[in-house]
Design a protein around this ligand. Structure first.
Ligand SMILES: Nc1nc2c(c(=O)[nH]1)N[C@H]1C(S)=C(S)[C@@H](COP(=O)(O)OP(=O)(O)OC[C@H]3O[C@@H](n4cnc5c(=O)[nH]c(N)nc54)[C@H](O)[C@@H]3O)O[C@H]1N2
Ligand SMILES: Nc1nc2c(c(=O)[nH]1)N[C@H]1C(S)=C(S)[C@@H](COP(=O)(O)OP(=O)(O)OC[C@H]3O[C@@H](n4cnc5c(=O)[nH]c(N)nc54)[C@H](O)[C@@H]3O)O[C@H]1N2
Ligand code: SF4
Ligand SMILES: [Mo]
Length: 898
C-alpha cells in the first residue's frame, strides 16, 4: 500500500488530497493537511472520490471505431486507433486545409495535456480552432480581467476570506460549488459577526442564507446594480479619488455614464429595493477591506464581460485591491481552468497569457516550440466551432474531457452538428458520457487518479497531481494520446515535426510550458517538478518567491501601468420573456453532483442528496399554473422542451424558475436541461447565456405512470435500460443508494403502453417471473416484485398505479421480504415516509434532522446527537436553513434541496 499527495479533481478550490492505493485499487482518499489552499478540508464530493474510481465497464477501457455512421462501433487496438485519428486529420488537412479541424477540450485537463494539444493544433495542424468548455465557464472573467487590470490574473488569495470585513458574493452559490471556501467564510463570520456578507443572486441559496444582505436580482441585470452602487459611492463621496488618479484611467467617462444610474432606476431593472442597493454601496464603500467573490451568475451571460468589469470597477474606484482582504476574486469553476488559461488552451489565448492576434507573441511561441510559425487566422470559440461543424467548415472534431452533448446550450443544434461532422473523435474516460453516442472514434482516456501533471487553482496556486494507480485497459493519459496522434500525423504531413512530440514524461512537458511564462505577468519559469516536490507554488514567482496578492504597488500590467475603467452599459438578456414564454429560467449546480454526472452519478453516497431532477417554481406560480407538488410539467423554450416534475420553492421570486444543470439525455428522456438554454453569447468573451432562458411551464398530461427499481450496479443497469428513455414522454433513470446500490426508473405516458410493451418492460426489469404480482395488463397495470436467490429484494415495478410507491421503496431498502408482498404491491401496506439524505458523510436524513429540531435541538445539539454536519460540513448551511424555518421533513425534501 502507498499514499500519494494529489489534488481533488472537481472544483477550482483545488483541495489537496492523500490517496491511499494498493497496486491497482484506490483504498481511501482523505484531505491533505499540508496543502496550503485547503489545510486538510474536503467537501462531500472530495470525500466520496474513492467511490467514483472505476476500472470496469463503467470506464472506456479500449479504443473503438465505426466504419460508417449507421454501423456499430467495434473495438480497436490503441495503435490502430491513433493511426486512424492521424489518417483522418491528415486527410481533412489535405482536402480542406488546417481549419477544417477543430479541437474542443476541457478545463478538467491537466496543464501538460493542454500544452501538448495546443502544440498539436497550432504548431502541427496549423489551426487556432482549439477551444474548451472554459468558454462556457470562465471566458467572461478572462476578458474582463484583461480589459480592466491588463492581465488575466485573479489578484486575491484564499487568506483574504479571513482578512476582509465586507464580502460581496455575486452570482456564486459557493455553499454548493466551492464548499471548502464557504466553510472558511462561515468560520470567519462566526469568529467576527461584524463581517458583512452580501449575496447577489436571483435565488435565496444556502450561500445567501449566510448573508447580512441578500439582493434577489432579476437574472441578467447585474450591470445595472453595480453601476447604481458606483453611483451611490460617487454621490456619497466614498470613492478613493487619490487611487483613481494615481493608478487608473478612464474614470471620467464612466462617471458621466453612471450619473443617471440611480438606485431607483436600478430597482426598476433589477427588482431589488433601492434602499438595499444604497446599503450595499455604503457597506462596500466604507469597508476597511472589501472582497468580492463571483462566478457563473456573472460569467454565463450575454453581458458577462460587462458584468465582471462593472464589479471590478467598484474595487478600482475605492482602491479595494492589492491589500489583504481586498480585491475582485473570480473563483474558477473547473479544477484546471486556470492552467488552461496559462497554457493558452483557448482559441483566443496563446501560452503564457499571450494573444494569438499579436504577431510578436506568435513568433515567441513558435520559437519556443521549434516551429516556423503559428497560424494567424483567428480560431473559433466553442459555440462558433459547433456552428462551423454544422455548416461543413469543420470536418473533423476532436473532443476531450468534456461532454458537449449535454453541457452546451441549444442541444438540438449541437446534436445536429455532431451528426453533420465527417468524423468525430471522442477522448473519454467514462463509458456513459452522452457525447460518446456521436463518436466515430473513441480514444480511451486515463482519468484521476491515474494521471500525473499539474493544476492551478483559483488563487493561482500550482499543485502536482500524482497518479496513484495505473490506468485500466488501454486507457492512457490525455497528453500521451495527443502525442501518439501528433507523431503519426507529423509522419504524414511534416516528418521533421515528429520529434517535437517525443517527451520523456510529464515533467518535460511542464518544463517546456513553464519556460513560456518567462517574463510574462504570470512568470513561473523557475518551476519544474523538482521544485514542486516541496509543495504547491503560487504564481507569479518573483526572485523565487510566491506571490499571494497582486498589484500591491498599484502598478498594473498595462502599457502605462494603470488599470482601466471601461465604459459599460446595462444590456438586457438575450431571450426576452413574452406572453408565450413568461418565466425566467436559470440553471446551476447542486451540492453533490458534478456537471454531467459521469462520475458523481456512480457514488451511492452522492446520489442521495438530490435523487432526481425537477424544476423549481415559486409557490405562487405553482398555484397560478394549477400544479400540485411533483406534478409532471412540460417546460418549453424557444429552442426545445423537456418534461419533468415541478416543485414549489420559496427561495425563488415569482416569475422565476430554476433547473439543476446535471441531468442530460443519459439520464432522462429528451435532450436534458440544455434542450432549453440559449446559445446567445457575450460579444467579447463569446460565453453563452446559460443563466437565462425565457420558458413556459404547463402541466404535462401523462396519466399513465410507472416506476421500477432494480438492485445492482447503477452504471451497468443504466446502460442496459437507457434505450427505454426514448420510448416515453417522461422517463428518468436514477442511480440510487437504496438496498446498497441500485437504479430507479420513472416513466410516464399519455396512454398505457400495450401489453406486449409492458411485458418487455417487465423483462428488462428482471420481472418476467416475479415472486409476487398483481397484474391487469388490459388497463396498463403491472405490479410486480422479485427476489434474488438469497430471498432479498431484487426488483419491483409499479406500472399504471403508483399507490404502493413509498411502501415498495421501503421494502427495497430494508431488505426483508414480508409475507404480504402482494398486499404491499396493491398499495395496502402502510405508507412509509422515506427521508432524503442531507448529511452525506454521516448518512443523516432530513426526517431525522426535522425530528431533532422538533425535539428542540439546535445546530450543536443536532451535531452531537445525530452526527450530521460533523464530517465535511457541506450540509451545515442546509441544516441551518431547516433550523431557521423549522420545517417538517416532507416539506424539507421539496424545498431546501436546491
Ligand atoms: N457541486 C458542484 N460544484 C461545482 C461544480 C459542479 O458541477 N458541482 N462545477 C464547478 C464549475 S465548472 C463551476 S463553473 C462552478 C460554478 O459555481 P457557481 O457559479 O457558484 O454555480 P451555479 O449554480 O452555476 O451558479 C451560481 C448562481 O448564479 C445565480 N445566478 C443566475 N443568474 C444570475 C444573474 O443574472 N446574476 C447573479 N448575480 N446571479 C445569477 C444562480 O441562481 C446560482 O445560484 O462550480 C464548480 N463547483
Ligand atoms: N445549463 C447549464 N449548462 C452548463 C452550465 C450551467 O451552469 N448551466 N455550466 C457550464 C460550465 S461552467 C461547465 S464547466 C460545463 C461542464 O460541462 P462538461 O465539461 O461537459 O461536463 P463534465 O461532466 O465535467 O464533462 C467532462 C467529461 O470528461 C470525462 N472525463 C473525466 N476525466 C477525464 C480525463 O481525465 N480525460 C478525459 N479525456 N475525459 C475525462 C467525464 O467522464 C465527462 O464526460 O457545463 C456548462 N454547461
Ligand atoms: S471544495 Fe470539494 S469539490 Fe472542490 S476541490 Fe475541495 S473537495 Fe474537491
Ligand atoms: Mo464551469
Amino acid at each position: 500500500m502507498r499514499t500519494v499527495s494529489s489534488v481533488c479533481c472537481y472544483c477550482g478550490t483545488g483541495c489537496g488530497v492523500r490517496v491511499q492505493a494498493s497496486a491497482d485499487r484506490v483504498l481511501a482518499v482523505t484531505g491533505d493537511p499540508d496543502h496550503p489552499s485547503s489545510q486538510g478540508r474536503l467537501c462531500s464530493k472530495g470525500r466520496a472520490l474513492a467511490d467514483t474510481v472505476r476500472r470496469d465497464d463503467a470506464r472506456v477501457l479500449q479504443a473503438e471505431w465505426r466504419a460508417r455512421r449507421d454501423a456499430a462501433r467495434i473495438p480497436l487496438a490503441l495503435d490502430d486507433a491513433l493511426d486512424a485519428a492521424a489518417g483522418r486529420l491528415a486527410d481533412a488537412i489535405a482536402r480542406h486545409g488546417p481549419d477544417s479541424v477543430g479541437f474542443y477540450l476541457s478545463g478538467q485537463l491537466l496543464t501538460e495535456d493542454y500544452a501538448v494539444f495546443n502544440k498539436l493544433a497550432r504548431g502541427l495542424v496549423g489551426t487556432n480552432n482549439i477551444d474548451t468548455n472554459s468558454r462556457l465557464c470562465m471566458s467572461s472573467a478572462v476578458s474582463a480581467y484583461k480589459k480592466t487590470l491588463g492581465a488575466d490574473a485573479p489578484p486575491a488569495c484564499y487568506d483574504d476570506l479571513e482578512a476582509a470585513d465586507v464580502v460581496l458574493i455575486a452570482g456564486s452559490n459557493m455553499a454548493y460549488a466551492h464548499p471548502v471556501l464557504f466553510r472558511r467564510l462561515e468560520a470567519a463570520k462566526a469568529a467576527r459577526p461584524d463581517l458583512k456578507i452580501m449575496v447577489i443572486d436571483p435565488r435565496r441559496t444556502d450561500t445567501a442564507a449566510l448573508a447580512d444582505l441578500h439582493l434577489p436580482i432579476a437574472p441578467g441585470t447585474d450591470v445595472a446594480l453595480f453601476q447604481a452602487m458606483l453611483h451611490v459611492m460617487a454621490r456619497d463621496e466614498l470613492l478613493d479619488r487619490d487611487y483613481i488618479a494615481r493608478h487608473t484611467q478612464g474614470f471620467p467617462a464612466l462617471a458621466a455614464r453612471i450619473r443617471d444610474c440611480t438606485p431607483r432606476a436600478a430597482q426598476a431593472v433589477c427588482g431589488v429595493p433601492a434602499a438595499d442597493i444604497e446599503q450595499a454601496a455604503r457597506w462596500f464603500g466604507r469597508a476597511g477591506a472589501a472582497l468580492s467573490l463571483y462566478t457563473m451568475g456573472l460569467n454565463q451571460s450575454s453581458s458577462g464581460t460587462a458584468k465582471n468589469a462593472a464589479l471590478i470597477h467598484l474595487h478600482l474606484a475605492t482602491g479595494q485591491i492589492g491589500r489583504p482582504g481586498a480585491g475582485p476574486f473570480s473563483l474558477t469553476g473547473q479544477p484546471n481552468a486556470m492552467g488552461g488559461r496559462e497554457a493558452g488552451g483557448m482559441a483566443t489565448l496563446l501560452p503564457g497569457h499571450r494573444d494569438p492576434a499579436d504577431a510578436a507573441h506568435r513568433a515567441e511561441v513558435a520559437a519556443a516550440w521549434g516551429v516556423d510559425r503559428l497560424p494567424d487566422k483567428p480560431g473559433l470559440p466553442a459555440l462558433q466551432m459547433f456552428d462551423a461543424v454544422l455548416d461543413g467548415r469543420i470536418k473533423v472534431l476532436w473532443i476531450a474531457a468534456t461532454n458537449p452533448a449535454q453541457s452546451l446550450p441549444d442541444q438540438a443544434r449541437v446534436r445536429r452538428a455532431l451528426r453533420a461532422a465527417e468524423f468525430v473523435i471522442v477522448q473519454e474516460a467514462y463509458a456513459d458520457a452522452e457525447t460518446l453516442d456521436y463518436a466515430d472514434l473513441v480514444l480511451p482516456a486515463a482519468t484521476w487518479p491515474e494521471k500525473n501533471g499539474t493544476v492551478t487553482n483559483s488563487e493561482r496556486r500550482i499543485s502536482r497531481v500524482r497518479a496513484a494507480v495505473a490506468p485500466p485497459g488501454s486507457a492512457r493519459p490525455d497528453w500521451r494520446l495527443a502525442c501518439g496522434v501528433a507523431r503519426r500525423l507529423a509522419m504524414r504531413i511534416a516528418p521533421h515535426k515528429a520529434a517535437l512530440f517525443d517527451y520523456a514524461g510529464e515533467a518535460e512537458v511542464f518544463a517546456e510550458h513553464a519556460r513560456l511564462t518567462a517574463g510574462r505577468d504570470l512568470d513561473y519559469s523557475a518551476l519544474d517538478y523538482a521544485a514542486l516536490e516541496s509543495g504547491p507554488r503560487q504564481w507569479p514567482l518573483r526572485d523565487g518567491m510566491d506571490t499571494a496578492r497582486l498589484y500591491a504597488d498599484g502598478r498594473f500590467p498595462t502599457p502605462d501601468g494603470r488599470a482601466r475603467f471601461v465604459d459599460v452599459t446595462y444590456e438586457p438578456v438575450a431571450d426576452a420573456v413574452s406572453s408565450e414564454f413568461p418565466l425566467r429560467l436559470t440553471t446551476g449546480r447542486l451540492r453533490d453532483h458534478w456537471h454531467t454526472m459521469s462520475r458523481t452519478g456512480l457514488s451511492a453516497t452522492l446520489v442521495q442528496h438530490v435523487e432526481e431532477p425537477w424544476i423549481s417554481l415559486h409557490p405562487h406560480d405553482m398555484r397560478e399554473l394549477a400544479l400540485d407538488e411533483d406534478a409532471l410539467v412540460r417546460v418549453r423554450s424557444r429552442r426545445g422542451a423537456i418534461v419533468l416534475p415541478a416543485r414549489a420553492d420559496e427561495s425563488l421570486e415569482p416569475g422565476r424558475a430554476f433547473l439543476p444543470m446535471h441531468w442530460g439525455s443519459g439520464f432522462m428522456a429528451g435532450d436534458g436541461v440544455n434542450a432549453l438554454t440559449n446559445p446567445a453569447r457575450d460579444p467579447i468573451s463569446h460565453q453563452p447565456e446559460l443563466k437565462h432562458s425565457a420558458v413556459s411551464v404547463a402541466a404535462a398530461r401523462l396519466p399513465w405512470q410507472a416506476m421500477g427499481w432494480l438492485r445492482g450496479d447503477a452504471a451497468a443497469l443504466r446502460r442496459a435500460l437507457r434505450p427505454w428513455l426514448a420510448r416515453f414522454a417522461y422517463a428518468v433513470l436514477l442511480p440510487s443508494a437504496l438496498g446498497g446500490g441500485s437504479l430507479r426508473l420513472r416513466l410516464a405516458a399519455e396512454a398505457a403502453p400495450d401489453a406486449v410493451l409492458l411485458q418487455e418492460l417487465a423483462r428488462a426489469l428482471r420481472l418476467s417471473r416475479p415472486a409476487a404480482a398483481f397484474d391487469d395488463p388490459a388497463r396498463g397495470m403491472l405490479r410486480r416484485a422479485g427476489l434474488d436467490a438469497a430471498g432479498r429484494p431484487d426488483a419491483f415495478m409499479l406500472a399504471g398505479d403508483l399507490r404502493a410507491q413509498s411502501a415498495m421503496l421501503a421494502w427495497a431498502d430494508c431488505g426483508q421480504a414480508p409475507a404480504g408482498l402482494a398486499r404491499l404491491l396493491m398499495g395496502r401496506g402502510a405508507a412509509v415516509a422515506r427521508g432524503r439524505t442531507v448529511c452525506a458523510c454521516m448518512g443523516v436524513s432530513d426526517a431525522a434532522i426535522a425530528a431533532g429540531i422538533a425535539a428542540g435541538l439546535d445546530l450543536d445539539g443536532l451535531k452531537a446527537q445525530l452526527g450530521c454536519g460533523t464530517g465535511c460540513g457541506s450540509c451545515v448551511p442546509e441544516i441551518r436553513g431547516m433550523l431557521r424555518r423549522r420545517i417538517p421533513a416532507t416539506a424539507a425534501s421539496a424545498g431546501s434541496a436546491i
